[in-house]
Design a protein around this ligand. Structure first.
Ligand SMILES: C[S@@+](CC[C@H](N)C(=O)[O-])C[C@H]1O[C@@H](n2cnc3c(N)ncnc32)[C@H](O)[C@@H]1O
Length: 192
């Protein structure tokens, strides 16, 4: 397939290499995010864990003119690399905050897609995060397949997370063996 990379993607990859940031989302997850976001015109999107902006660049690539996106990270050094690439896009808000605190305080409109790529929203604050997904909206995480660099005890964290997600009656959940391992959970529309 002839995939067109998002604007800034190559530059962000280069910055990742330069500063030694190796946690960036991979291209398959990015392509999936772009496809899902394209299916949500006038959408409202949330990313927890901006990182080096790699997944963000795919998400933004899928957005129409009336969509909006909030991306949050607590590492100002990373954000300093990312913000210049999106500063002229009025649809995108990049916040330097602790995502857990932000989630606890957030009371505004819900989201049509949440990509939870930091500890908060995945291994903590999960119920609050899921409550922010609109009916028909999507919750997505990656990094679920075992990796050699996982610290001791991380597999149990992932197992507990998967068990919790599978027990959520409001969500239709599926796991994909794509790339680092993806979970997609769609909140049932009100008509279900
Ligand atoms: C897996 S990386 C995200 C990679 C990003 N999606 C990309 O494609 O470049 C996880 C990010 O979460 C951030 N993070 C970790 N704990 C956080 C917290 N409590 N609040 C906000 N961000 C956090 C880290 O600084 C890191 O950039």
């Amino acid at each position: 397939m002839n995939i067109i990379l998002p604007k800034s993607y190559t530059a962000l990859q280069l910055s990742s290499k330069t500063i030694g940031f190796s946690m960036g989302s991979k291209q398959p997850e990015g392509e999936l995010l772009k496809a899902l976001i394209t299916a949500k015109p006038k959408g409202h999107f949330l990313e927890l864990g901006t990182g080096m902006g790699l997944s963000l660049s795919w998400m933004v690539d899928g957005m129409d003119k009336e969509s909006k996106l909030i991306s949050i990270d607590n590492d100002q050094n990373l954000l300093n690399e990312v913000i210049p690439h999106f500063k002229d896009d009025h649809r995108v808000s990049i916040l330097h905050e602790d995502a857990s605190k932000w989630l606890q305080n957030y009371t505004d409109e819900g989201f049509d897609l949440v990509f939870a790529d930091a500890w908060p929203g995945k291994f903590s604050d999960l119920s609050k995060t899921l409550s922010l997904v609109n009916p028909g909206g999507i919750y997505m995480v990656d990094d679920l397949l075992p990796q050699s660099n996982w610290p001791e005890g991380h597999q149990k964290k992932v197992n507990d997370f998967l068990t919790f997600m599978e027990s959520q009656p409001q969500f239709i959940t599926t796991q994909l063996t794509l790339s680092t391992g993806v979970l997609l959970a769609v909140k049932k529309p009100l008509s279900h």
